[in-house]
Each structure stands twice: as C-alpha cells, then as structure tokens.
Design a protein around this ligand. Structure first.
Ligand code: SAH
Length: 463
C-alpha cells in the first residue's frame, strides 16, 4: 500500500488550484462539495469558474501563480494540463507547504484523488494506486448501483440520533440497532415517507425492550479456499462475528473478511501434529456464546463433511445455546470442477462416495468390494497418507488396476495442482508428487482431456 487512504477535514481550510480548463473543472466540481475555502488561479478561466466566483463559491484570481500564493493551503492542485506550468506551480505550492497533486501525474503527486461514490455523509473512496483506473470505475459503478440514493438521508438521521443510541450498551446491542436501521427499518421508513427521527425512536424502544439477548453459534463453511467461493451467508456471518474460531485450512484472505473488531482464534492442527483437542474447541465455543457473543465456527469446505460437526453441535445444544449451519462448497466439488468432470453421470455412476482415508482410529475401513466395482466414483478426503492402504485394499478386492485416480491439491486456490494416474500407479505417483497442501483424491475420474483451466477474474464481468 503505497498510498494510505484517509479523509481530510477541509471545512474552513484553504485549497488552491491552478488552471482554468477541463481538468480544473473536473477537480473543482468535486472540491465544491466540500466546505473548503477555494482559490483558483487562471489566466483564461472557463465560464463555469467565473460563474462560481460570481456566486462567491470560490475566489478567482486572473493571473498565473506566483510564490507565496499557496501559503496556508492544505491542498494544492496543479491543473493547467501543461507539464512545464504544472511543474512550476507545484514547486511554488510545495515551497509554500501545501500537499500537492498534479493532475494525471502520479509520480510527482504527494496525494491522489480516489474515485468517489457520494452518499454524503457516507462516501466510498476507491483507489488503485494509479494502476487500473478502469477497474476503479467498474467498482464505482458497482457501488453506485448497490448503495441506495437514500443512504445519505439515513446516515444524516443516524448522525442526529447518535447520542440517543448510547442508551444501548456499546458493542453488539448498539451494532444490531444500527444494522437494522440501515438494512431494514431505515429504508422502510423512507419508502413510507415517514419521519426518520420518529422511526429511529421507535426502533430504539424496541431494541431496549429486546435486550439481554443470548449468544449464538454459526457453523459456517468457508469453502475450499477461494474467497469468491464463499456463500453470501458466510460473508454475512463473518460480518457479524464477535469471535471467529477457525481451522488451519481456512486461508488468511477469508479471515480478513471478518469484522475488524472480531477476535480470531486458530484451533487448527498441522497434519498429524498437535491440535487443540476437540473437547477444548467444544468448551471454547460454548464459553464464547454463553457470554452473549456471536460465534462463527469457520470450517473449511462444508461444515457437515468430515468436520466433526456433530460433536460441536452436541456441546452447544447441551449448553442450551442456539446454532445455525451455513453450508459451504466441499473440497470434492472444487476438485471435480478443477478437472472439468462431473461427480455423477447418467449411465456411469448414480452414486458417489465421500470417504476419508483415515479417521480418529487410523486408516478408515470401507466397503472395499463395492468400491472396487467398475465405474464407481469416490472422493477421498484426507487420503494422502492412506494412498498405499487404499490402493492395496481396492486391488485386493478386484478393482481394475487401470481405474483412473486423480489427486487435486489446493483445489480452487492459485497454487492448485492436478496429478492424474491410475490405481496401479497411485503409489508411488502420489508419494513422488510430494503433496504438501490439502489434497483430494478422486477415484474413478480422470481429468477431461479437452479441459482447459481458464480463471474467471472475479470482477471481469463488471468491467
Ligand atoms: N469440511 C471439509 C473437509 C475437511 S477434511 C470439506 O468439506 O471440504 C480436510 C480434507 O479436505 C483435506 O485433507 C483434503 O483432503 C480436503 N480438502 C480441503 N480443502 C481442500 C482443497 N482446497 N483442495 C483439495 N482438498 C481439500
């Protein structure tokens, strides 16, 4: 992050701009939304600038800038659209102590102006460090559509009501109140053309009456790793969380989506290495929720697939705490997508097994005879260390040694790897591949030969 985004209070402060053409107009239109004292130096100002000066919205000085003209200025804009003149005025302003921006010159500017979505007092600033203005515009368009034009009025009313909202204790109770205002009660009041201050009062009364709410545990699927594969519900839950208790496989990019104030607890284990004992995890989530907190128990993939979910649910239920399950995309779905195949297929396999290579007691036992049959498809989780064992069992039960076996490591992540082999070669091929990320083994499926893996950039559709 080369540029640090901040909001500067310009009320009553001096802002100086040199230039009178299109670039100057574009900047002035933005600056006129602030309460800054604006001074413009221009030898040939556009008629709009003259009109603004006549209306006393800015001070116009009909000459080129000279040393001392930017004294006491907080910001200075060089907008003459002439490299030599911009360099000259910028040098004056720098010497006068102003922070300088030269229009369309990132390198010589001390600050840059972001793309702005304006729902005053709510503003969204979008910056790409000059790298991708097209992307910034696409995000701006997206935000413009997403943020209702009434947001400004809601926020204004909210600002007036801030002191009264302090009747609710700081933290969850107050956050819930504001969230309901911005999500539902506020928009509804605007739609009904109701008095916003009265609507806020009514909402506050309701929230005061509702106090003493208990905590809740959300068992949330984080998906296979790509943050774009999170569900909207998972994102909402992360947005709401007071505490996020997560496994090792949940990547940092997903944890970053948690509310900034949320406490993040890693209870992951490394391979067969030390782990937080299950009973300690159970006790921890119960303790947090008993304190009235919103707990997100974030598990990789889908929480209901090899996630020891029942043990945690039982602990939560025994403590009389409410819970919700938010499904996620399981590793098998991401893995099969990576090889361009389908988990089931008419006429081939009408069922698919999600199986584990090992369980708490060691290598897991399965109905090997059934699995060894032609056209069976199975997704083997935690199968890396059990590869030789699984291979031996299947061959012993008569499986065809030519049965395709594909391991997908880090499915859905940028470092995904696909290792295609056969049951006969499963060991040593998987061992030699030295898989060190999470890997899913698909039995009975080979990558589709015509399959090309083309990434879909998350924002491409918006540009
Ligand atoms: N609840 C998870 C599975 C947890 S068990 C789910 O639904 O996906 C952990 C195993 O999941 C790993 O050993 C690996 O076999 C598999 N796994 C998880 N994420 C994966 C990924 N991105 N790519 C491949 N396999 C993955």
């Amino acid at each position: 992050m080369q540029h640090f985004p901040i909001y500067v209070n310009l009320a009553g402060r001096r802002v100086v701009l040199s230039g009178g053409g299109d670039a100057a107009l574009a900047k002035l239109r933005l600056l006129l939304k602030t309460e800054a004292r604006l001074t413009v130096f221009a030898t040939d100002p556009a008629p709009e600038i003259r009109a603004w000066a006549a209306a006393k919205r800015l001070t116009l000085i009909d000459r080129a800038m000279a040393p001392g003209d930017a004294v006491c200025a907080t910001l200075f804009y060089a907008a003459d659209e002439d490299a030599a003149e911009d360099a000259r005025t910028a040098a004056i302003a720098r010497a006068d102590g102003a922070l300088v921006n030269i229009v369309d010159n990132l390198t010589d500017s001390a600050f840059i102006t972001p793309a702005i979505v304006d729902r005053d007092p709510v503003t969204v600033a979008i910056g790409t460090e000059g790298a991708a203005p097209v992307l910034a515009r696409a995000i701006k368009r997206d935000m413009e559509e997403r943020l209702p034009s009434s947001l400004g009025s809601l926020a204004e009313a909210g600002k007036r009501f801030r002191d009264r909202a302090a009747a609710l204790p700081h933290g969850r109770a107050r956050r819930d109140f504001w969230a309901e205002w911005y999500d539902r009660a506020g928009p509804a009041a605007i739609a009904a053309a109701a008095d916003l201050d009265k609507a806020l009062s009514r909402l506050l009364d309701r929230h005061i009456a509702r106090r003493g709410a208990t905590g809740h545990v959300h068992f949330v699927g984080a998906g296979p790793g790509d943050p774009d594969l999170l569900t909207m519900k998972a994102r909402h839950a992360l947005d709401w969380a007071d505490v996020v208790v997560h496994d090792r496989l949940v990547p940092a990019a997903i944890l970053e989506l948690a509310r900034r104030e949320a406490r993040i607890v890693d209870v992951g284990k490394e391979g067969f290495g030390p782990a937080t004992p299950q009973s300690a995890i159970d006790a921890m989530i119960v303790d947090f929720a008993a304190k009235g907190l919103q707990v997100v128990r974030l598990k990789s993939g889908d929480p209901t697939v090899f996630g020891r979910l029942d043990e945690e649910i039982e602990a939560v239920v025994a403590a009389g705490i409410d819970y919700t399950i938010v499904p996620g995309i399981t590793a098998a779905s991401a893995a099969v997508a990576a090889i361009g195949q389908s988990l089931t297929r008419r006429g081939r396999n009408g069922s698919v097994r999600l199986m584990t290579g090992h369980d708490t007691r060691g290598f897991a036992d399965h109905d090997w005879a059934a699995l060894a049959r032609k056209d069976e498809v199975a997704a083997i989780y935690m199968g890396k260390r059990a590869a030789r064992y699984i291979q031996g069992r299947l061959l012993m039960h008569g499986a065809d040694p030519a049965t395709p076996v594909t391991a997908i490591e880090n499915a859905s992540r940028p470092d995904a790897r696909i290792i295609a082999t056969t049951l006969a070669q499963m060991e040593p091929v998987l061992r030699d591949a030295a898989l060190d990320g999470p890997a899913l083994v698909l039995l009975g499926l080979a990558p589709r030969t015509s399959h090309e893996t083309a990434a879909i950039p998350a924002l491409e559709a918006a540009i």
